[in-house]
Design a protein around this ligand. Structure first.
Ligand code: CA
Length: 221
């Protein structure tokens, strides 16, 4: 596993590289945006840890560029900026997860492990979440073993939430996904689909939480 650490703080960058190497990964340090872009052009990284505040670039622009070219590489964003809008902007730009500085190295390592595990799951594997199983390949959804006959858009919303279980998915990302595969959707469409899914899944112990102004999160129990 090859991790690219994009971080201009030299102490933090080299500390992260050392911690990742101790955890058994290969790690490369990019101290600025230009270095990061060059490394990402030629490299075969399995994960990127990306600081947003770089001397020569905005980390969000690097992230957007990456998403335009290589959709699937997991990106963990580091941000010193607090406030919900920065986290939302990072998630909307395609970050898979984020950590606010200062953070505990153990938490960073746990998030790296989780992201790598998820990215290696592949697309033909079933997603399991409590009593729910969802097969992205056959589009079959079962709850307590019972087949649920979901309309296409509800399936797409549930798939996004289930693939990001216990993590926030922003409303804008869900809307983007829906507009990518359908003609056009109304302003309230995401809310309508989430509402319908809640009704279907409520009896099976799955909860879709609303984080006001941020998005949704599916959790078991
Ligand atoms: Ca920085």
């Amino acid at each position: 596993m090859n991790v690219l650490v994009v971080e201009d703080d030299k102490l933090l960058g080299s500390g992260l590289v050392r911690a990742l190497e101790q955890a058994g990964y290969a790690a490369e340090h990019a101290p600025d945006g230009a270095w990061a872009r060059a490394a990402l052009e030629g490299g075969d990284h399995d994960l990127v840890i990306l600081d947003l505040g770089l001397p020569d670039a905005d980390g969000l622009d690097i992230l957007r560029g990456l998403r335009r070219r290589r959709l699937s590489i997991p990106v963990l964003v580091l941000t010193a900026r607090d406030g919900v809008e920065h986290r939302v902007a990072a998630l909307d730009a395609g970050a898979d997860d984020y950590l606010e500085k200062p953070f505990d190295l153990r938490e960073l390592e746990a998030r790296v492990r989780a992201l790598l595990r998820r990215s290696q799951m592949g697309f033909d594997e079933e997603i399991r979440l409590g009593t729910l199983t969802l097969n992205p390949f056959t589009r079959e959804v079962r709850c307590d073993g019972t087949l649920l006959d979901l309309p296409v858009r509800e399936f797409e919303v549930l798939e996004m939430l289930a693939m990001n279980a216990n993590k926030v998915v922003t409303k804008a990302r869900i809307a983007q996904r829906l507009t990518a595969s359908n003609d056009d959707i109304g302003d309230n469409a995401v809310e309508v689909y989430v509402h319908r899914l809640r009704r279907r899944l409520g009896d099976h112990g799955l909860r879709i939480r609303t984080l006001r102004g941020v998005g949704y999160l599916v959790e078991t129990g």
